[in-house]
Design a protein around this ligand. Sequence first.
Ligand code: ATR
Length: 281
Amino acid sequence: MDYKLGLIGYPIQHSLSPWIHEQFLQSANLTGSYSKFEIAPDQSFAAKMEMLKESQIDGFNITVPYKETIIPYLDEIDDAAKKMGAVNTVVNRNGLWIGYNTDGSGYVRALESKFPALFTAGPKRILIIGAGGAARGIYYALITNGNTYVDIANRTVASAMDIASLKKTDTITQILTLSEAEEVLADYDLIIQTTSVGMRPLTTEKVLSLHNLKQGCIVSDIVYQPLETAFLTEAKTLGGQIHHGHTMLLYQAQYAFEIWTNKRVSLANMDEQLQHILEGR
Ligand code: ATR
């Protein structure tokens, strides 16, 4: 079969998804294509969806600003995507469009691949910094993975409380301000930075100071431009183990590709190649 895959969003000219999925098709020994379907704000979203339905596309990704807009066009939506209120992957199963969200679970997979013992060697105390869409996906993926202690720190406490309403019966979640989090940082084994603070061009900014970091704590940042944020550099200096955010692009895509083709492709040396691409930007 010739897989017809693609991406909708705006703007998407510089998206890395075509590069990633074309590599996946090759390494899975499948034929097909992954095309960009850019939908500008002045274009009709409904008309584009009709065109995609008629083309019998096998699957596609959805990026900003359409992760919510797509929902009324779906026939089914999986639990995680429903809880997120956002869909980043659609699969066509016998003419029915089914929506998934691989953002949070892809991120957790990326973390686990770098730190394989992270979620198996006893319960971990986790802090998520930020309470936007990315934090929501990661929080849900972490608690679904069986993590009990997942706290959230955010500038706006109300948004953190909203995310915490997803918690399961055995989840323990405290909500903190950013300055409260700074004070108790030594309590955590894993800290995940999900805000846009530190992203190019404001690369010297940090959402909070890590001076109270526990030695060996894993510190992850979803910002990947620059590849190593000031937040991660500080973590490294203070004895933390760092996790670069760009790997989530690969794992989210790996998960989406699996939904479309039932094949889990190896990411082999794609991490290095992706770093080169991002460094050249
Ligand atoms: P995404 O969907 O990509 O996660 P978002 O919904 O815009 O992005 O969320 C951005 C997050 O970054 C929020 O947690 C935001 O904090 P608020 O909820 O208080 O707005 C956080 N954020 C953005 N700029 C910030 C800054 N300068 N200092 C602290 N937090 C910031």
